[in-house]
Design a protein. Structure first.
Length: 638
């Protein structure tokens, strides 16, 4: 459903909004038509702009015809929120619009199709409902699909509480519930999610297991599967998925859910296999409506992430448009200049720095236009995410600018904004097949810029605010690569950030980099990294250096580092050497980490202890950590 139709102006939507409000007052045909004829020319003057001069009578007849069509198509509160339909009239009947003319001389003179039939007009009526009257809708005969579409639009506009007030009454009481309510069930769950009312979501899923028919029970369990998978509780998610499948085994929605959860869990090979199986299974049903889902499943069988991205784009026209523009973007090239200066640190090591990358004049001018159009939300401190979903509210404006001015793709500031905007889109595949390529573009743009100045190993430190839009997408790229276990690319990006671009390592990537070095037995790299940050307070660099020195057969150095670790991070050393370390909860309810605490120790042990076991270093460490025994009489007074 569309509201209003593509290409219509804002005044057309305003007309429909006021018409919906009028139906709460003027429920009779003639009163509504008279209001429309009086007010429509003011609200939508473009409707009559094409009428020839002196055609007032024709203009009024057109307005009456439109008013009659709108009245017949718009759900009426006096008719249980059903559209009353169009009045059937004979040619010589008095026209029902109230003009006093015969039908053949009035509304019957038009043969154009009804202009409002494809719109969700219920939305404009419900917009006018006071909050306290929304509960009445569930007792009406309003079309469920129109109620659901209204809820979708309200949620998009940030009206989660109004959406919940509209939909909750549909599930009140204790009687049986049909799968016909499935569309509004999903929107109610989204509304409660926006409001942070997760207990209500859980309770409704449980209630539908008692009151719902089998397909509705399956839909509820499918939603619960998604919730559990989002929490990372995959064991419970698969148990729930199995229950959902039992209630409605032929539901095509199960195919996308299964593949999505497999991708979320990182089981890509299984996701490909199951996508191919589902495509074959659905094809045997010979249902033309399944042709597109089958096509998408076959795409997922080839590339699960790309298939999920295309599914997301189909559901989000703005996302689809941005993806199209991104694919057509010009290749990165140098559009920034920079000055270089050098300085020596406390160890007398020379560093080459730049305080800023300056865009050329045309690009700087475009960036000013971008900042006036795109509602920038730059995160605080070292955050790489802003959670600012609201930037999509005026996506049409900044997408228009991006389409007209493709040179904006050369801007570090624009790429930073777009990476964070994409990060707010909670759809499978968006991160892997859109956030990552966008961030890679930012990285390539920076690489080309640095190379243009003949300044290898150039530092652009986070402490300079001008560098944050430059570094933030690259840090995001590193975090995503780690999360997706793309270890090779993670090591490349993290090495570049930590050891070249921003040695202060404001994002703490050196810890993750050191742990991944241990994963791949890159022992000398570990020692080099620990040497760059000898006073690092986290366990990884020092303890991994112990393991590295041991594997390089420098046991004296390994033991010295181990004793140092025992002094600086005793909790981590103790837990590492235990026979069977037990998981530790975060230090507070927000996942906080106390330096030197047990939770910090557990984070290290859970990540890296498998490599100590793999390289058979724990038995040696348990012995080496003990202080040497004194010889008999040593230290005694002669």
């Amino acid at each position: 459903m569309q509201t209003p139709p593509p290409g219509s102006s804002e005044d057309f939507e305003k007309l429909l909004q006021q018409a919906g409000a009028q139906l709460l007052v003027n429920t009779q045909t003639t009163a509504f038509v008279d209001w429309f004829v009086s007010h429509a020319p003011e609200i939508t003057p473009h409707f009559l702009a094409g009428m020839p001069p002196g055609g007032e009578e024709d203009a009024e007849r057109l307005l009456r015809f439109m008013a009659m069509n709108l009245y017949g198509d718009m759900p009426n509160p006096a008719n249980a929120l059903q559209a009353p339909g169009h009045i059937k009239q004979s040619r010589n009947d008095p026209c029902a619009c109230g003009s006093g003319k015969k039908y053949k001389q009035c509304c019957g003179t038009f043969s154009i199709p009804a202009p409002f039939g494809q719109l969700n007009l219920l939305r404009f009526v419900l917009d006018a409902y006071p909050q306290k009257r929304l509960a009445e809708v569930a007792q009406s005969k309003a079309a469920i699909h129109a109620v659901a579409d209204t809820a979708i639009q309200w949620l998009t506009e940030g009206k989660a509480q109004r959406t919940a007030d509209l939909l909750e009454p549909y599930f009140a009481g204790t009687g049986p519930l049909s799968v016909k309510l499935s569309p509004i069930f999903n929107e109610l769950m989204d509304a409660w999610s926006e409001l942070g009312q997760n207990d209500k979501r859980q309770s409704l899923v449980q209630e539908l297991q008692v009151r719902g028919d089998r397909p509705l029970k399956s839909d509820a369990l499918q939603r619960l599967t998604t919730i559990l998978a989002d929490r990372g509780d995959y064991a419970a998610a698969w148990h729930t998925f199995k229950e959902a499948s039992a209630f409605n085994p032929n539901d095509p929605a199960l195919s996308f859910l299964e593949v999505t959860v497999l991708v979320s869990e990182g089981r890509l090979d299984e996701a490909r296999t199951r996508a191919r199986w589902w495509a074959s299974f659905l094809a045997r049903q010979r249902d033309p409506d399944l042709a597109h889902p089958i096509e998408r499943l076959l795409e997922m069988a080839d590339d699960p992430h790309l298939g999920l991205l295309h599914t997301a784009a189909e559901a989000n026209p703005d996302l689809q448009r941005l993806h199209t523009l991104f694919l057509a973007a010009p290749q990165p090239k140098v559009r920034h200049s920079f000055a270089v200066h050098t300085e020596k640190d406390e160890q007398n090591v020379l560093h080459t720095l730049t305080p800023e990358f300056k865009p050329d004049a045309p690009l700087a001018k475009l960036e000013k236009r971008w900042r006036k159009t795109f509602h920038q939300v730059k995160p605080m401190l070292t955050a790489v995410q802003n959670g600012a979903e609201e930037v999509w509210e005026n996506a049409a404006d900044w997408l228009d600018l991006l389409q007209k001015q493709p040179d904006l793709w050369f801007s570090f500031d624009v790429l930073d904004d777009l990476v964070m905007a994409l990060d707010t889109v909670n759809w499978g595949g968006v991160t892997e097949r859109f956030v990552v390529p966008m961030a890679e573009r930012a990285a390539e743009q920076l690489r080309l810029t640095i190379e243009s100045g003949n300044a290898p190993k150039l530092e652009c430190r986070w402490m300079f605010r001008a560098h944050r839009p430059v570094l933030r997408p690259i840090a995001m790229l590193a975090f995503v690569c780690k999360e997706n276990q793309n270890w090779t690319r993670f090591m490349e990006v993290a090495h570049w950030l930590v050891l070249e671009l921003n040695p202060n390592d404001n994002h703490g990537l050196r810890t993750d980099l050191c742990d991944v070095y241990a994963r791949f037995a890159r022992w000398q790299d570990i020692l080099n990294l620990q040497g760059r940050y000898p006073d690092d307070i986290q366990p990884s660099l020092l303890l991994n250096a112990v393991l590295a020195a041991y594997k390089l057969q420098d046991t004296a150095k390994a033991q010295a580092l181990l004793w140092e670790a025992k002094k600086r991070c005793p909790a981590a050393v103790k837990m590492l050497l235990e026979a069977d370390p037990k998981p530790v909860k975060p230090d507070d309810q927000h996942g906080g980490i106390v330096v030197g605490g047990k939770y910090e120790a557990w984070l290290y042990v859970s990540e890296v202890r498998p490599f100590w076991l793999e390289h058979k270093a724990l038995d040696w460490a348990r012995t080496a950590v003990r202080p040497p025994k004194r010889a008999h009489g040593e230290g005694s007074t002669p």
